[in-house]
Write a protein that binds this ligand. Structure first.
Ligand SMILES: Cc1cc2nc3c(=O)[nH]c(=O)nc-3n(C[C@H](O)[C@H](O)[C@H](O)COP(=O)(O)O)c2cc1C
Length: 493
């Protein structure tokens, strides 16, 4: 697999065990877990999370809801698991200290580059086998499945989920985060957009006139959700990547109906089957771009065959809404690391930072920071970032900036766009790009147009030193001031 090569593991393993349960203990110790009792499944949990996150500057806590009216105490939901950099760093086993926010992308990219994927290990049993429902006992509404947004007309059990599908040609198992509506206790949806791996697997099965087996994890180690919700190259299982990141194999049981690998420590796993032509209207659902922009359309449903769950299960939720939402950071970081991989793979030199800005939301506004080395370097970087698989889906703005601009600081990026960019020469457009119907401005045929902005100092001016000098406090003076006035609370940086 391109870019992920076998090298010795040198990084420290993740600082938690036992999947989501161990992760929650670690987050509690970090002071980033908020417990909420008594919120209803009907829009209250979604609204509380939205209100806690929208203006938090990526510092919102994770929210664990218990004592949901009408449900058994201990049957919980978790929202906003990855809405802070510290929790993402914990999950990926990265250092949470950074000079600029895109340093975490750099660290993640470096870790993935040195990663040896470790295939999952099959075990006989695990906590997920504590409860197994089949036949008449199957009822997904046994759990406090939320209706997340006020204009949603249904409850969704799968949002921060991992949908496991198998490529019928190669046997490869993919995990993707695809939403899942509840129709009744035994029937759920699975909305997979064109081009996503799960969709390709489903199309391949349906083209042969055969049903597709599927497992939907609705609560699991946040590491698996993070890998499932972001682009990962073809042919590699997120379970093996998670194993590589953890430094040891993920223990899985064999699903009793599907035979698929199911993490032994996950919270809820739904096994089912989806059949050609078996569709029901799906949506409306508050979409990731912040609008109710997707039509209610007939989509394949999943007929539930088995439900496995741990005692006191936790449904993981990530409904998404008008930015900034709980997923901007995780999607942004995962996508930026994949764009960085493509820039490296294409030989673009001196990439110093890549960041997807959460408010755009996330992958709609990508900034690449480079140290310019040759005329045309900035355009090279722009076109690769905008059209590689990690950057191509439903993007809108791609911007390239110089080394003195922090790609993850929107204020600095806007300054570069305001002063180093000429509208006449520094814009390129991409037409008929890979889009999404969640985009309110998608074009017929489900395309969109993109804008590429070169906000670097023109290379010849940089070379000749004719671009004006920046008004700034020098590094030496900054240091001297900090030493002389230790009590002034300067912000970090
Ligand atoms: C919270 C969240 C919800 C998502 N919901 C969907 C969805 O309903 N359908 C979909 O096709 N992609 C959805 N995505 C995006 C995919 O999970 C993402 O593109 C991922 O890379 C897909 O995996 P794949 O590349 O293996 O197909 C969601 C992502 C996140 C983070």
């Amino acid at each position: 697999m391109d870019g992920i090569v076998a090298r010795p593991q040198t990084d420290t393993p993740l600082a938690y065990e036992d999947g989501l349960r161990g992760w929650l203990d670690a987050v509690e110790k970090m002071g980033e877990l908020m417990h909420v009792d008594g919120a209803s499944w009907d829009v209250e949990m979604g609204a509380i999370t939205h209100m806690m996150t929208e203006k938090s500057g990526s510092l919102a806590p994770a929210l664990l809801f218990d004592n949901v009216p009408g449900y058994t105490k201990g049957f919980r939901t978790l929202y906003g698991e990855l809405s802070s950099i510290k929790r993402i760093a914990l999950t990926l086993g990265l250092n949470a200290d950074y000079k600029q926010r895109s340093d975490i992308v750099k660290e993640y990219r470096a870790k993935m580059r040195n990663l040896t994927p470790i295939e999952p290990r099959y075990v006989e049993t695990g906590p997920i086998m504590e409860n197994v429902l089949t036949g008449d006992d199957i009822d997904v509404l046994k759990f406090p499945v939320p209706r997340h947004h006020e204009a949603d007309t249904a409850r969704y059990i799968g949002t921060a989920d991992c949908v496991i599908t198998q490529d019928p040609d190669t046997g490869w198992f993919n995990l993707g985060a695809y939403r899942s509506q509840v129709y009744d206790g035994k029937t759920i949806g699975c909305q997979i957009t064109e081009g996503k791996h799960g969709r390709i697997h489903r199309d391949k099965n349906f083209e042969r006139g055969q049903p597709m087996k599927v497992v939907i994890l609705c609560g699991q180690d946040p590491l698996l959700f993070m890998l499932s919700g972001g682009p990962v190259p073809d042919g590699i299982s997120e379970l093996a990547l998670a194993g590589g990141l953890r430094g040891k194999a993920i223990d899985v049981i064999r699903g009793p109906y599907t035979g698929f690998p199911i993490p032994a420590d996950c919270e809820i796993a739904i096994e089912g089957e989806t059949y050609p032509g078996d569709v029901l209207p799906e949506g409306p659902f508050g979409e990731w771009m912040g609008y109710y922009s997707d039509d209610t359309v007939p989509r394949p449903v999943v007929r539930v065959k088995t439900i496995l769950y741990r005692n006191n299960p936790i449904i993981c939720c990530a409904p998404q809404h008008k930015p900034v939402d709980e997923t901007g950071l995780l999607k942004g970081i995962a996508g930026a690391a994949e764009i960085w991989r493509a820039l490296d793979a294409c030989g673009i030199p001196e990439v110093l930072g890549v960041w997807n800005h959460e408010a755009a939301p996330a992958t709609r506004f990508t900034v690449v920071q480079i140290k310019q080395r040759y005329p045309g370097h900035s355009r090279n970087a722009l076109h690769v970032a905008a059209n590689c698989m990690g950057g191509a889906y439903a993007g809108k703005w791609t911007v390239v900036v110089d080394d003195d601009i922090d790609a993850s600081d929107l204020g600095q990026v806007l300054w570069a766009m305001g002063t180093r960019f000429d509208p006449n020469t520094d814009i390129d457009l991409i037409q008929k790009a890979w889009a999404s119907k969640r985009d309110p401005l998608y074009l017929p045929g489900n395309f969109n147009n993109r804008i590429l902005i070169d906000a670097c100092i023109p290379y010849d001016m940089k070379l000749k030193g004719t671009f004006p000098k920046v008004v700034d406090v020098s590094g030496g003076l900054r240091e001297a001031i900090r030493t002389k006035f230790p009590n002034i609370p300067f912000p970090p940086g």
